[in-house]
Design a protein around this ligand. Structure first.
Ligand SMILES: [Zn+2]
Length: 328
């Protein structure tokens, strides 16, 4: 499962309930566009290749202090491809070792960044004597984006319409007798993603809109029935899921602190049952000090889908409550 950067989840959660400043708005757009680009490539990958290749998504590698981040890594024959996915709009030119749009030169040179990653991965495989070649592939996933190359480059650079035929040209997995697989080796040096540095102050938290919002349209005026919350847009959510989702949203916003029961009750505000919130915390969250009963729970700082991704079967069952009839 490709996960959103925590920075994006944080901005999304604040945006849902309050205002972003100009810098936050820009970052939100940039992160969202980047993430959507990665999802679009995953779809093409799935469509053309299915399960033909094993791949690693969103890898942050730390090899002896050299850190590199890749959107997708996969192996074809003896070549390991490091894929960078760029969701850029507009006409780009790569000329004299610089990426330009119009006359503006990009400060962060995507080609040089890719080469740096290639050097790190090459050294890793060499040090472990895996006979693998490392190649960069830079993918312009946006249909409204193009790159024209004026320089001869050893990297593979694909415009949107070139992606399908390139994917189809990959040959597929070849069995090799290596004691250590390339994925295991990469995982050995994989580090967690950078979390967000953004902090929501107590004052800002107070200014945010309270309550549960519709998971689909964002509206806060929901009609509470016995088992479900109904929105005017037609979306129906099982109550337990809505409470969990909102708990997690609080966790994202206040990712730097433990979940605190009293604050979460305030976050839901009136109209939502404090007992239901308490029971949800007891049932699904891990107390920091089980003997203390101080209402503090571990905070993973992630949206519901990621926080509980291991429990998807339990939640599929819970979803069935949608069909429980009730006149309440
Ligand atoms: Zn709605």
């Amino acid at each position: 499962m490709r996960m959103k950067p925590q920075d994006l989840s944080w901005l999304e959660a604040i945006r849902q309930r309050g205002r972003l400043n100009d810098e936050e708005k820009k970052s939100y757009q940039r992160l969202l566009t980047g993430f959507q680009g990665e999802l679009s490539f995953d779809q093409l990958w799935e469509h053309f290749l299915g399960n033909k290749f094993e791949c690693l998504d969103d890898v942050t590698l730390d090899y002896h202090g050299d850190v590199s981040q890749m959107d997708k890594i996969f192996k074809d024959g003896n070549i390991v491809y490091l894929a960078d996915i760029k969701n850029y709009q507009g006409n780009y030119v790569y000329e004299n070792n610089a990426l330009k749009i119009g006359k503006t030169i990009f400060a962060n040179d995507i080609i040089e960044q890719a080469r740096r990653s290639r050097r790190i991965f090459t050294r890793l495989f060499e040090d472990y004597q895996l006979p693998l070649e490392v190649k960069n592939v830079i993918i312009f996933i946006n249909e409204q984006g193009r790159i024209n190359l004026c320089d001869e480059l050893p990297e593979i650079i694909l415009n949107y319409e070139e992606i399908p035929s390139w994917l189809m040209s990959l040959r597929g997995h070849i069995q090799t007798n290596q004691n250590l697989s390339w994925q295991e080796l990469i995982k050995k040096y994989q580090i967690p993603h950078y979390g967000t540095n953004r902090i929501c102050t107590t004052e800002r938290l107070k200014s945010l809109k309270k309550g549960v919002h519709c998971a689909k349209c964002g509206s806060f005026s929901l009609n509470s029935k016995r088992y479900v919350l109904e929105c005017e847009c037609g979306h129906v959510e099982v109550k337990q899921m809505a409470y969990l989702r909102t708990n997690c949203e609080y966790g994202v916003i206040m990712h730097h602190l433990p979940l605190k029961r009293s604050e979460i009750i305030e976050f839901f505000e009136e109209g939502y049952s404090a007992d239901y919130i308490k029971n949800t915390l007891i049932k699904y969250f891990i107390p920091i000090e089980p003997n203390k009963k101080d209402g503090k729970y571990q905070n993973f700082g992630q949206p519901f889908d990621y926080w509980f991704k291991e429990d998807s079967r339990h939640f599929e069952k819970l979803e069935k409550r949608k069909n429980w009839h009730s006149d309440f």
